[in-house]
Write a protein that binds this ligand. Structure first.
Ligand SMILES: [Zn+2]
Length: 398
């Protein structure tokens, strides 16, 4: 009896917190039980959180999926790094590898975002403002989340000519999610997945991406985490790497000690890759910023780039390793397909799309046309907006 009352009390508490955070009720997610697994939660629409391989494939027949992700603006300063390191690499199906870009608005070059998009990379969002204060993200209300993310997708569609339907994912700045408020906005806004939640408890064997139809068993490293039910909306966990000091690091840029040489970089990536490859092959993510590797060698940047590229060379020797964007990986999880059949797996094929950004404009905005004290430059497809686009005016209409 006492136990039941405790359960009831905690359920009420969870509901109370959710109401507080949202200003309206969320439906608390129910636990994923054996009965749910058997009857109510099956692929392609639903997957409970866990370390089991989708489709109950064996380890030997499961491809090791690898995510290469890069946060923040795409710009003249980093596009040559992406071209050098990512372009012209092939997966075992002889199609190009694809990465995932989490792009925020300020200083982004939309013509270059279009280039990445048409070559098959995933263009995901990372907020319009990238506000530097984490409490801002933890406490943001629904209408502001819409302005930061749903409006940003419209901005990307207009300025980079990327169809709304092809912008599917999100990562919160500094991995500071807004819990249920953020999840509700992403789901209602038609996004398919988010990738902001680090896990240390489920790193070896790793937790696979899951939908939020039922209660997640993932650890909550950065509060708040969602407790509501978001049917069909995917969480792509950020499985921590371990630095050489044995401490977890969600972004490889934060692993310590920071690798200084190509060999140290290669060894760090290989060691963490093997934690996935030798267990349940949960997707291995190298989550980083170009700034970790892009530049002169006085801070180890060029050496890290060499070690990173050498690691990608090593992955290319493996017939069961596929470097794919997160949206493509989710298609695999929805329809688990053995390695031997991947030659014909459509989501891993990467046809180049037509160039839909043939008119590129370099736009200038004096300080009075921006919300900032200083001027801004912006490169877009087609036409320059009248004023600098920002929260509340994502297309920069005057
Ligand atoms: Zn960022």
């Amino acid at each position: 009896m006492f136990g039941k009352r405790l359960v009831l009390a905690s359920a009420l508490f969870v509901g109370y917190v959710a109401v507080l955070a949202l200003g309206q009720a969320v439906t608390p997610a129910l636990p994923c039980t054996e009965a749910v697994l058997a009857e109510n939660c099956t692929l392609p629409d639903c997957r409970c959180s866990g370390i089991d391989i989708p489709g109950n494939l064996t380890v030997a027949t499961t491809p090791q999926l690898v995510f290469l992700t890069f946060d923040d603006a795409v710009a003249i300063q980093n596009i040559d790094f992406y071209r050098e390191v990512l372009y012209n690499r092939k997966n075992p199906n002889n199609h190009n590898i694809t990465a995932t870009f989490f792009i925020n608005h300020e200083y982004n070059n939309y013509a270059l975002a279009h280039e990445l998009y048409r070559l098959g990379h995933d263009i995901a969002l990372h907020s319009m403002s990238h506000n530097p204060l984490t409490p801002y993200w933890a406490n943001l209300n629904q209408s502001m989340w819409r302005a930061e993310v749903v409006d940003q997708r419209q901005q990307m569609a207009t300025l980079a000519r990327i169809p709304v339907a092809d912008v599917k994912g999100f990562r919160a700045p500094f991995l500071q999610t807004g819990g249920d408020v953020m999840y509700s906005v992403l789901q209602e806004g038609g996004f398919q997945w988010e990738c902001s939640r680090p896990t240390l408890n489920f790193r070896k064997p790793g937790i696979w991406p899951y939908t939020n139809d039922y209660r997640s068993t993932q650890d909550c490293q950065i509060q708040p985490c969602p407790v509501g039910e978001y049917k069909g909306f995917w969480t792509v966990p950020m499985i921590d790497m371990l630095g050489d000091n044995n401490e977890g690091c969600a972004m490889v840029d934060t692993c310590t000690p920071v690798p200084e040489t190509a060999d140290e970089t290669y060894d760090l990536l290989l060691k963490n890759f093997n934690d996935h490859y030798t267990t349940n092959k949960a997707p291995f993510g190298i989550f980083t910023h170009a700034a970790w590797m892009n530049g002169a060698d006085d801070e180890g940047l060029a050496s890290r780039k060499i070690g990173y590229a050498r690691f990608l060379d090593f992955l290319a020797t493996k017939e069961d390793v596929y470097i794919v964007s997160i949206s493509r990986a989710i298609e695999w999880i929805k329809t688990p397909t053995p390695v031997a059949e991947l030659a014909d797996f459509v989501p891993f094929q990467v046809p180049v799309k037509p160039d839909d950004c043939t008119v590129v404009r370099n736009c200038y905005y004096a300080a009075e046309q921006t919300p900032f004290p200083t001027e801004r430059y912006m490169t877009v497809c087609d036409a320059c907006p009248a004023v600098y686009p920002w929260l509340g005016n994502p297309l920069g209409v005057s």
